[in-house]
Write a protein that binds this ligand. Structure first.
Ligand SMILES: [Zn+2]
Length: 277
């Protein structure tokens, strides 16, 4: 799934269309009034986490690339676009396999920009406050929560928890205050590392935990499990990532299994017992 930094790259590539007028629009979404888009200029191109936002005078088109969405500028894929915008000079902007929604024009009333880990308006203080308001939440869920860390995805979760040496089943409220601050800070730092590496086509080379079999610090197998309410793949080291548990409830009852044993990585392992509560 494209994470926030990939949407920042999309926004930067799309910047050429700001101020240009749409002459024709089409696509296969039932949620878009394509005819109403013709003649409208693009006022601004923005993003909030994984949302790409095309601001028009009377509405906003919100695009979410979901798991497999993609886009092309002045090119077409061999597939029907969900949204296709054509401009006066024949340039075009096409989106595929994505969700498109139409929003009212006032974005500031609809989005909390301080939650976007990539935004200039990002606020570590506000993120920390939101975290501390939900002490029972597991860190593997908190790092994926779009209201706290908009734009963060599963790669963020695995890499940041490895960096700060925190076990994914730790409860947010059980982390020492300094560790909570470190978590918030590193989510922001990792966002920009991700962006820089993605632009240089070296993102995967820098993964230390995500999809990896061995802990590079301990040289023992990572555990792999679908943890928390979000139930996304976690890769973690039981030796160097500390479990901070607030009580018996927060303690895991079913360990993950060694990442090295899962040769078919794309297949989901059996749901661990800890998830069934
Ligand atoms: Zn380790």
């Amino acid at each position: 799934m494209p994470e926030g930094p990939s949407i920042v790259i999309l926004r930067e590539e799309a910047a050429r269309f700001a101020g240009r007028t749409i002459v024709r629009a089409g696509g296969n979404s039932k949620a878009v009034d394509y005819a109403a888009l013709a003649g409208q200029p693009i006022v601004a191109l923005r993003s909030w986490g994984k949302h790409f936002l095309i601001q028009l005078p009377d509405r906003v088109l919100r695009i979410h690339l979901l798991m497999f969405g993609s886009y092309r500028i002045n090119e077409r894929k061999d597939a029907e676009p969900r949204l296709s915008l054509v401009f006066e000079d024949g340039e075009e902007f096409n989106f595929y396999t994505c969700s498109v929604k139409t929003l009212p024009p006032d974005l500031d009333a609809q989005y909390d920009w301080s939650a976007d880990v990539m935004s200039d308006q990002w606020s570590a203080r506000v993120a920390l406050k939101k975290l501390r308001a939900r002490p029972e939440m597991l860190v593997c869920d908190a790092t994926l929560d779009q209201e706290i860390f908009s734009g963060a995805g599963n790669i963020f979760k695995n890499e940041v928890l490895f960096r700060i040496r925190v076990h994914p089943l730790s409860a947010v409220g059980a982390l020492p205050a300094a560790k909570q601050r470190e978590l918030v800070e590193q989510m922001r730092v990792y966002a920009f590392d991700f962006l820089r590496w993605k632009k240089a086509f070296v993102l995967k080379q820098h993964w230390l935990a995500h999809t990896k079999r061995l802990c590079p610090r301990c040289e023992i197998p990572f555990l792999k499990a679908h943890l928390g309410k979000t139930h996304r793949r976690s890769f973690y080291c039981e030796r160097c990532q500390k479990l901070y548990a607030s009580g018996a409830d927060a303690r895991p009852t079913g360990p993950g299994r060694p990442a090295a044993s899962g040769r078919t990585k794309a297949r989901a392992p059996a749901r661990p017992a800890a998830e069934s509560r």
